[in-house]
Design a protein around this ligand. Structure first.
Ligand SMILES: [Zn+2]
Length: 743
């Protein structure tokens, strides 16, 4: 890469990465033709595994495990399960074969669900699936296996006080051998893979594991005794590593065992290394994404918000170098185990969100108590999956991403500690703002950051990355000196490796200013952009924001003094009073520093924002102006993206580049939810239910392409297009629309 990476250079460098995703869609496929795609990066003659070939599948599981009656699962039938999946146009099946209580096949080591009597659900599924060429993956639960926990006290996970933790099993215990026996039994059948679920350490206290085996092995591996609890010192840093390694070792040994018996059987482990989870789960973003043949995690927008499917796909893509990722969600409205069915448009939007980000998609369907299924699920998924398969040739192409949004697991662990949202707010708000502003992005992970990775992006964005190591600072310095552009917000670089506040920011030499102080106790801060900025050559900052207006920007602030940097706008602290019911949410008082610093460093530019508009945008007091401010800063750093889009903020853009043909593919994903309601009375207010998308509504978009274009087509027959020069006007009512732009 040259010192000034242009968009074309970035494209070339991305195109040069042969290991890029997934599901390798051979280019030049005629649209509308179905059929298995071929993975271009696999040697000829070697069969492409199902997880590289297929786009969409269904996971089928039971509801209500118990042995108090003979009803539970008594009417489940493998043939019926697979026939339903075929109706739904699913390309692969994931079927529960071992959960926290029962096996659903004829196991010699685990108790079979009594309702199945002498029947074997796995044998039945495989008999039917073979007729359709459908791969069957066996679901196998690891943590919260209560039957193993009850039977084997010696396998139980222990907390720091040596008390057993209910339902949790130690990763370094003999439980591994038991799971290997279960896996060996299932490999006597013609399964295509294993989905191992629940590989966490729990999602909060009590933390594990302080059992005798773990204590001994910790001493052997780290040369000291385990810390007596959560101590936030050197020993605790080693404990982080030990917990992460316990889980990874378990996964690696299990995977090696499977591959030693059946190299053709795929292995994946449910992943909790991403947000909204944190260190409690014992998983690290990059370390744990590497386990298994691909990485899989749950999007669940009705729990985790409607930005999560997109963020999760981007997160896993960045964490896993080969880009083999899968997004999973539920067919139900509120839960996994409620007998509702999401509207077709709602499910379709989420499925196409994963596919547009080059992730495979699995929908989880939970059976009725007696093991029967709801046919409406398969009718709705049938239309969605059929469209996905029709659109196969649009997926699998490498993305063009303007901004590299930085993720710091160190900041999550040591700055946010047991309040992960303290860091996540800025990260989530940055993703939400860029998505709504139609700025394409990828993620950069601190565990695997390199100069090469930084240089894939014209702009690198550090959103409240409180902790930066000397090595990260060095890489960022080289990136900027060579022509890269940095956007830095909030408390970035102000904390040391142990999470203690420092006097100066680690990136200070790049920022062209010095820190005069921080305000961490009162988040009621304001940004004001004087009208005079328009005459002073900074009209770019005012786009979409009223001049001279104090904008509440909820979050911590850093008071900067400009040195070589140019300062723009004003940062204001609020009035402070005593004995006032609103004393924690006050109106603006006095100017305490510049809002924004712009500094040239080497061949690049660094913009530093003293407050946290990203964190504010993810929080209660969010306003569109926060997004506009961030969008203005990105456009200042990178004025001419390959593709720029004007569309409503509920439209997300994914841009990919066909490597074989000179064409860009612009995916437009739109989520329209009608207004929602609260289901509680006053005093419990604000518990507003998430929206449900019932209809795909029409909208207009204007797409401008940097390079001259030869021809434009759209995936939707009902869409209308007009082209003038390099600008495309689009009207569409599809929640997933692709513009094929031939250059
Ligand atoms: Zn243990």
């Amino acid at each position: 890469m040259p010192d000034h990476p242009t968009r074309r250079d970035v494209l070339r460098s991305i195109a040069g990465l042969s290991a890029l995703p997934f599901l390798g869609v051979g280019s030049g496929d005629a649209l509308g033709e179905e059929g298995p795609a071929t993975a271009p990066d696999r040697p000829a003659g070697e069969e492409t595994p199902w997880y590289r070939r297929y786009l969409v599948g269904i996971e089928w599981g039971p509801t209500g495990a118990n042995d108090r009656d003979r009803v539970y699962m008594s009417r489940a039938h493998g043939g019926e399960i697979i026939r339903n999946l075929v109706k739904a146009r699913a390309e692969y099946a994931v079927v529960f074969m071992k959960d926290m209580k029962f096996a659903y096949y004829n196991s010699r080591v685990a108790r079979k669900a009594p309702g199945l009597a002498d029947r074997d659900l796995l044998r039945e599924c495989l008999a039917e699936a073979t007729k359709h060429g459908m791969p069957v993956v066996a679901y196998c639960q690891i943590q919260y296996d209560t039957s193993s926990w009850d039977a084997h006290p010696e396998w139980r996970m222990k907390d720091s006080g040596a008390s057993e933790i209910g339902g949790r099993l130690c990763y370094r215990s003999g439980y591994l051998e038991f799971i290997q026996q279960v896996a060996a039994e299932m490999m006597e059948y013609e399964i295509a893979g294993f989905h191992f679920d629940m590989l966490d350490f729990g999602f909060g206290p009590p933390y594990g594991c302080w059992c005798d085996v773990c204590r001994r092995e910790f001493r052997e591996e780290h040369g000291i005794d385990m810390p007596p609890g959560v101590t936030w010192d050197d020993a605790w840093d080693k404990m982080f590593q030990f917990r992460a390694d316990s889980n990874t070792r378990f996964c690696r040994k299990l995977q090696a065992f499977v591959k030693s018996k059946r190299p053709d059987v795929a292995v994946d482990f449910n992943y909790h290394g991403s947000t909204p989870f944190s260190w409690e789960t014992g998983q690290r973003p990059v370390q744990h994404a590497a386990n298994g043949d691909f990485v899989t995690a749950e999007g669940l927008p009705f729990v985790l918000g409607h930005y999560n499917p997109s963020l999760l796909a981007l997160f896993m893509k960045a964490a896993r170098p080969d880009g083999l990722v899968q997004g999973v969600t539920s067919r139900s409205v509120y839960d996994y185990h409620d007998f509702t069915v999401r509207p077709t448009a709602d499910l379709k939007w989420e499925v196409f969100c994963y596919l547009s980000h080059n992730a495979q998609c699995t929908i989880v369907d939970k059976a009725n108590y007696d093991g029967t299924s709801d046919p409406l699920v398969y009718e709705r998924l049938g239309s969605i999956f059929a469209e996905a398969r029709q659109k196969r040739a649009y997926f699998g192409h490498p993305p063009i991403q303007e901004v590299g949004l930085y993720f710091s697991s160190r900041t999550r662990e040591w700055f946010a500690r047991e309040d992960s949202v303290k860091y996540y707010r800025a990260f989530w708000g940055a993703h939400k703002a860029l998505t709504q502003a139609h700025v394409t992005m990828g993620l950069i992970m601190d565990e695997s950051v390199s100069l090469e990775r930084l240089r894939q992006f014209p702009v690198v964005y550090l959103a409240g990355v409180a902790i930066l190591s000397a090595q990260e600072v060095d890489l960022l310095e080289q990136y900027v000196s060579g022509g890269g552009n940095l956007l830095v917000t909030g408390l970035t670089g102000l904390y040391d490796q142990r999470g203690a506040l420092q006097k100066q920011a680690a990136l200070q030499p790049l920022m062209g200013g010095r820190v005069a102080g921080c305000q961490l106790d009162y988040p009621d801060n304001y940004v004001r952009l004087p009208a005079s900025l328009a005459d002073g050559g900074a009209a770019w900052l005012l786009e979409g924001i009223r001049p001279d207006w104090p904008m509440l920007t909820w979050g911590p602030i850093v008071l900067w003094e400009a040195a070589t940097a140019e300062g723009f706008g004003e940062l204001l602290a609020a009035h402070r009073t005593e004995d006032n019911p609103w004393s924690h949410r006050m109106s603006p008082d006095r100017v305490v520093g510049p809002a924004v610093l712009v500094n040239r460093h080497g061949k690049g530019t660094v913009i530093t924002v003293g407050c946290s508009p990203d964190a504010a945008y993810a929080d209660n007091y969010r306003m569109p102006e926060h997004r506009r401010l961030l969008s203005n800063l990105v456009r200042r750093l990178h004025p001419e993206p390959e593709v720029s889009v004007e569309a409503p903020p509920n439209v997300e853009i994914v841009v990919t580049q066909d490597q074989a043909r000179p064409r860009l593919l612009v995916h437009l994903l739109s989520f329209f939810g009608p207004p929602t309601a609260a289901e509680v009375a006053f005093a419990n207010g604000r518990r507003v239910l998430p929206p449900l998308m019932e209809e795909e509504l029409p909208y207009r978009a204007r797409v401008r392409v940097k390079r001259p274009l030869a021809n434009v087509r759209t995936s939707e027959p009902s869409a209308t297009l007009s082209v003038e020069g390099q600008t495309i006007e689009l009207t569409t009512d599809g929640c997933h629309t692709v513009l094929e732009i031939e250059l």
